[in-house]
Design a protein around this ligand. Structure first.
Ligand SMILES: [Zn+2]
Length: 269
């Protein structure tokens, strides 16, 4: 987990900006030096690789999610039940969003990619990850008016300098022409990290944590929104975001993530 810096708050905004700029320059210089000194390595297994991203072995280990899956939640089915058959979860505990899709299952290779993008400044991975997402979410994106990334809390934004969901949303915008409503959703109170919390704790942790700011209302009202995030675990965060967007009168909210946790394929009912 990224530790939140203890010195972020007391400084003036000028000093904060200056420090942010210094960090960015330093990181860029360090990356240039590394690029000259080292061959490109597979982000997952660290073997040398042609180009960037993952090597052929790791590529083969990625589990891309393909039909058949629950049309509502996007969870893979063990067999194809024909159109419009839903999973048990979609019926017993329907989410606020209409449909969710993910490019891959959240397994070892996907976890490595997500962590590299999130914590190690590997924004060079975003184009490939975003393209896989654009393909997995084609059905949703074809009908979408606007993309909204799940926001970070500002202190996490400082410690990471960028929002990984926002970076992925920009790639999907370039791929599809559907524009990003930057800052469309805001986190209006800090939330605990969701890791280690139960399903119920996750839901209450993020309940009421998001809001569409009044100056962004027009970007959301009456529009079909695709919410973008890196990982879907219990779905509590995207559900809380979808509720906030629907309160701001979004016409519909779908969800597109890079990876989702799949604890076994489902038998359709
Ligand atoms: Zn590899």
């Amino acid at each position: 987990m990224t530790a939140e810096p203890s010195f972020a708050r007391p400084f003036s905004s000028h000093l904060y900006d200056a420090l942010t700029a210094c960090r960015a320059v330093w990181s860029h210089a360090a990356k240039l030096a590394l690029n000259i000194a080292l061959p490109t390595l597979c982000v997952a297994c660290r073997d040398p690789v042609e180009g960037e991203g993952v090597c052929a072995d790791c590529w083969a280990k990625m589990s891309f999610i393909a039909p058949p899956f629950c049309p509502r939640l996007g969870i893979p089915f063990v067999y194809d039940p024909g159109p419009d058959m839903l999973s048990m979860e979609a019926i017993s505990n329907p989410p606020a969003y209409a449909r969710a899709r993910a490019a891959v299952r959240y397994d070892d290779v996907a976890r490595t990619l997500v962590h590299a993008l999130k914590y190690q400044d590997r924004t060079d991975l975003a184009p490939a990850m975003g393209r896989w997402m654009a393909r997995a979410g084609k059905e949703l994106l074809d009908e979408a008016d606007v993309l909204v990334p799940v926001p970070l809390h500002w202190r996490r934004g400082w410690s990471r300098r960028y929002n990984q969901s926002g970076v992925l949303a920009r790639v999907i915008e370039r791929e599809t022409g559907v524009s990003v409503a930057a800052d469309g959703l805001r986190r209006i109170r800090p939330t605990e990290q969701q890791i280690g919390l139960s399903r119920t704790e996750r839901a209450s942790n993020v309940q009421g944590a998001f809001k569409v700011a009044s100056d962004r209302q027009s970007a959301i009202q009456g529009r079909r929104v695709v919410l973008i995030d890196d990982v879907l675990t219990s779905g509590a965060t995207v559900d809380a975001c979808a509720r906030a967007l629907l309160r701001a009168k979004a016409a519909a909210v779908d969800v597109l993530v890079f990876a989702r946790v799949v604890d076994g394929a489902r038998t359709p009912i």
